[in-house]
Write a protein that binds this ligand. Structure first.
Ligand SMILES: C[S@@+](CC[C@H](N)C(=O)[O-])C[C@H]1O[C@@H](n2cnc3c(N)ncnc32)[C@H](O)[C@@H]1O
Length: 334
């Protein structure tokens, strides 16, 4: 696993040795997928907001442009903050260590938003203790009655215990938030197989410093009703739908799901089909006949029998099988 817990990892990820910037990347989901859940929870657009560990995600500009003009977006990688300032000069980006944001006094913010910083903190050496420090810092920064919304790759039962971090006085609701990216036609096949069915969404309300009536009002709202939360019954239904999708398009089967030889063969066939489409474009050949050739003929780069079927005889095939491809070619079935 990459060294997510090290600043050097992030700096090097955001800019390579030749000075090229990394493509913007949205961990888990973007504003389009989250807005219906988040907006009812953050009713005041003029409130002060801090987005922690913002990275190079377009999310920061999106939430600002959704009307949260008093939002500040912090990351400890000066490399990424410089890039974000260039991309979105109208948004307030700052360099800062979210474990120690001295520049903001206690109770400075109405709202805090964390999308996956918690996951990075868990990767620090001594991850759980560091994550508790993060919660204490976020608790310090929130006004009494202020709200932290958080989305994480960790399971609900790994996130919820931070509600009881020593020094914090929160009340919290967590849920499984459906991963809407799975249903977006723009989502690539790789993202589909990488992404889980849901992520953990959590809302922490700071009750320290509130008067008894306010405290009672806040506590009585929990558990909150969260838009796009998955109940266990819905989760089962969604799993069934996705299983059907997998049957429709074997490419959606990820490698770890390939526990039957037939699954593996289907994926392999799908890969051949994808590859032959690219090859057909390059060679300006008919895709169907090229696919037949790839499946059925010798395709050794040195085999002259293939060159007659291509407009460019110097282009070699990636396949060098000597007979039609069958599942037995790469799987031994007892
Ligand atoms: C998993 S990425 C999430 C990026 C973005 N929030 C998103 O959802 O796409 C975690 C980010 O947290 C930043 N980070 C890690 N530790 C930090 C710290 N102590 N203070 C501020 N930022 C930190 C990293 O530089 C990285 O950009």
């Amino acid at each position: 696993m990459p060294d997510y817990g090290k600043k050097s990892y992030w700096d090097e990820r955001y800019q390579d040795k030749d000075g090229n910037s990394d493509e913007p990347f949205e961990w888990m989901c973007g504003w389009d997928q989250l807005e219906h859940t988040i907006l009812p929870l953050l009713p005041s657009r003029s409130a002060s907001m801090l987005v922690v560990g913002c990275g190079n995600a377009p999310f920061s500009a999106s939430i600002h442009d959704a009307g949260f003009i008093n939002s500040i977006h912090v990351d400890y990688s000066d490399v990424v903050i410089k890039q974000q300032r260039e991309r979105f000069p109208h948004v307030d980006f700052r360099v800062g260590d979210c474990l120690d944001l001295k520049e903001f006094e206690d109770s400075y913010f109405d709202y805090l938003v964390d999308k996956s910083l918690i996951d990075t903190m868990m990767c620090y050496e001594n991850g759980t203790e560091t994550t508790k420090d993060l919660f204490r810092e976020m608790h310090r920064l929130l006004k009494p009655g202020g709200r932290l919304v958080q989305i994480s790759l960790h399971k609900e039962d790994e996130v919820e215990p931070f509600n009881y971090t020593e020094g914090c006085d929160f009340v919290c609701t967590t849920c499984k938030l459906i991963n809407l990216k799975l249903f977006d036609p723009q989502t690539t096949r790789k993202e589909v197989s990488d992404g889980g069915l849901y992520h953990t969404f959590a809302v922490f309300d700071k009750i320290e410093g509130t008067d008894p009536a306010e405290r009672e009002r806040i506590v009585s709202q929990h558990p909150l009703t969260l838009t796009n939360a998955l109940s266990d019954e819905t989760l089962d239904e969604v799993k069934k739908v996705l299983d059907l999708e997998k049957l429709k398009d074997p490419r959606i089967i990820s490698w770890i799901d390939c526990n039957r030889p037939d699954d593996l063969f289907e994926v392999f066939e799908a890969v051949i089909e994808d590859y032959s489409k690219i090859l057909a474009d390059v060679l300006e050949e008919d895709h169907a006949s090229l696919l037949d050739q790839i499946k059925a003929t010798k395709m050794s780069p040195t085999d002259s029998s293939t060159s007659s079927s291509t407009s460019s005889s110097s282009t070699s095939s990636p396949y060098s099988s000597t007979s039609p491809v069958t599942s037995e070619d790469f799987i031994t079935v007892d």
